[in-house]
Ligand binder design. Structure first.
Ligand code: TRP
Length: 358
């Protein structure tokens, strides 16, 4: 069997496109408009930071136009309790700005403040079928993770809403984790069908590409597959150096004294080495060699120190930002204004294209 007979998945294709875009970013990032974002569920942890936030700041720095959505309507897809949404939005904004997102260059906005974006969901819903929505593996996994059996209407259709998030500003670059690939594929399907069905084959909406992070995935400090605040297996960006040290000290390791970098055989030890490597821009295997027989106590001290040193400037900015919450919400209002302009312009053109001008 030749390589060309190996079944190719849509994941392979997305990965290839993503690799090509990384090259384009390095040579000529003009014409790239990134749209990505988060559900506001509170402050961010180092998994978010190394997995996506740091990457976004780098893209902003090389001149990629930056749009960040604070997806507040996505919070209510899988929970009945809304909680302190304003507080969660404030924490998220604080982490964005502390990490280096520059509100002068980036547009930060929320779903709920941009009505024309939300209205795009109606024509978009006409372009997808129920079985298509029900097949989405990420939505299915999230339903299960939420411990639910009955699917809510917003949960079933939020990938369509997410297509509106991306397409309203003609975003063509969406930096996301692998779990979001089904949503990007859904967005491409919607853009393609809109262009065919309502725009006479014109390229009204661009087909956006996912940009997959090249950073290694970080596990939870307890060895779980993912860091998550609710599992308590993480270091929050906003923690103090002492809290960070205490968390890292409690991280799971193993009883072997000699430290080696073996992600398959010793995932927890490798995870700490990976974190230390990300902080110092060094090869985790080399750090392991240097620690050698000094054991996991030394590894933990070294990792906590590396983290604290790396995060010190971010944390200092965080404290400054916290002292002026009015500024944060002013940044958000300015972003919402820019997002409204873009969304209203797009919606006006959509209605024109669909002949709905009266
Ligand atoms: N669903 C995304 C997440 O959980 C957040 C998000 C909302 C998003 N709208 C988006 C990401 C649009 C990229 C593009 O991470």
């Amino acid at each position: 069997m030749t390589a060309s007979n190996t079944p190719r998945t849509s994941y392979d294709t997305a990965q290839e496109r993503s690799d090509a875009i990384w090259e384009q970013i390095a040579t000529d990032p003009s014409g790239l408009r990134m749209l990505t974002g988060d559900r506001p569920t509170g402050a961010l942890h180092i998994g978010h930071y190394f997995g996506s936030l740091r990457n976004r700041v780098r893209l902003q720095e090389v001149g990629v136009e930056t749009w960040l959505i604070v997806a507040d309507y996505q919070v209510i897809t899988d929970r009945e309790v809304l909680g302190d949404i304003r507080g969660s939005v404030r924490e998220l904004l604080t982490d964005y700005l502390a990490a280096g997102i520059d509100p002068e260059r980036a547009t930060i906005f929320t779903h709920s403040a941009v009505p024309a974006l939300n209205q795009l969901m109606l024509p978009f819903l006409s372009l997808v079928t129920q079985p298509e929505l029900e097949r989405n593996p990420t939505v299915k996994a999230e339903l299960q993770a939420a411990g639910k059996t009955a699917m809510g209407g917003l949960m079933l259709t939020y990938p369509v809403h997410q297509a509106a998030d991306i397409l309203f500003c003609h975003g063509n670059l969406v930096p996301v984790g692998k779990d979001q690939l089904p949503h990007i594929e859904q967005t491409r399907v919607i853009a393609r069908r809109f262009n065919e069905r309502y725009a006479g084959g014109e390229e009204f909406f661009p087909l956006p590409d996912a940009l997959l992070s090249e950073a290694p995935t970080i596990l939870g400090l307890d060895g779980a597959a993912k860091m998550s605040k609710s599992l308590g297996n993480t270091v929050m960006l906003r923690m103090t150096p002492d809290e960070t040290l205490a968390k890292i000290k409690k991280a799971k390791t193993d009883s072997e004294r000699r430290i080696t970098f073996d992600p398959e055989g010793r995932p927890e030890v490798a995870n700490l080495l990976t974190i230390a490597g990300l902080c110092t821009d060094r090869d985790p295997a080399q750090i392991a060699e240097e620690i050698g027989d000094a054991g996991s106590g030394t590894l933990k001290m070294l990792t906590a120190e590396a983290l604290n040193e790396h995060l010190a400037p971010l944390r200092a900015r965080r404290v400054e930002i916290e002292q002026n919450p009015d500024h944060l919400f002013a940044v958000l209002r300015a972003g919402n204004e820019r997002a409204n302009e873009a969304a209203e312009a797009t919606l006006a053109r959509v209605r024109e294209t669909m002949g709905m001008v009266y």
